[in-house]
Design a protein around this ligand. Sequence first.
Ligand code: ZN
Length: 247
Amino acid sequence: MENINVTVWNEYRHEKSEEHIRAIYPDGIHNAIKSYLDTVPGLTVRTATLDEPENGLPQEVVDSTDVMLWWGHMAHGEVKDEVVDRVWRRVQQGMGLIVLHSGHASKIFQRITGTRSYDLKWREDGDKERLWVIDHSHPIVQGIGDYIELEHEEVYGETFEIPTPDELIFISWFEGGEVFRSGLTYKRGSGKIFYFRPGHESVPTYHNEKVLKVIENAIFWAAPTVYPKYGTGYVRPLEKVGGKEIK
Ligand code: ZN
């Protein structure tokens, strides 16, 4: 079997401009995730960032990606619309997409949800987060146990303005009392999408082994088994219609 081609896309701004965040992710969130994924057999992993030409996602990169990861926060508006179109088209064709944390407000996730998915409650007070697995049979949670506990995380609280997901995999509880749909899936066209909530830039969430395991599992789940070929547009009938051959 061929390797799954993974592109880890990161906005990569906080890590460059804020020292306390650089201390957690010296080479950026994308490279923290990549260095874990590089140890997983069956994956070929590269990174792409906002400030590279074409936001790091020229056509040939998108066209050779089987699963894309997306982390953005402060510069969603700087992602070019044609890049969003390109990623969207590739999802329709079968590419998997894993949207991380504040990527909920990205142009691509809004395109997928069709709602104000940027809107939710939030707070940054160092709450503990516990992500409860609610679908133990799902491939994304294998090896996780009952829950993931993160000592400090940013709070996201319901209501999260998203369409009802196809599958709900995690619900988070926060120390301050909020709950949140933290792991959920959609299918759009031939592509599978997983949204995974944790991953605020000022806490070391992408060094947590269970969080990384979920991302690994999600890549294998979202990877296309096939890029289907099918026709669209005008088509002649297969049979005679009303007794007449249609030419
Ligand atoms: Zn955040």
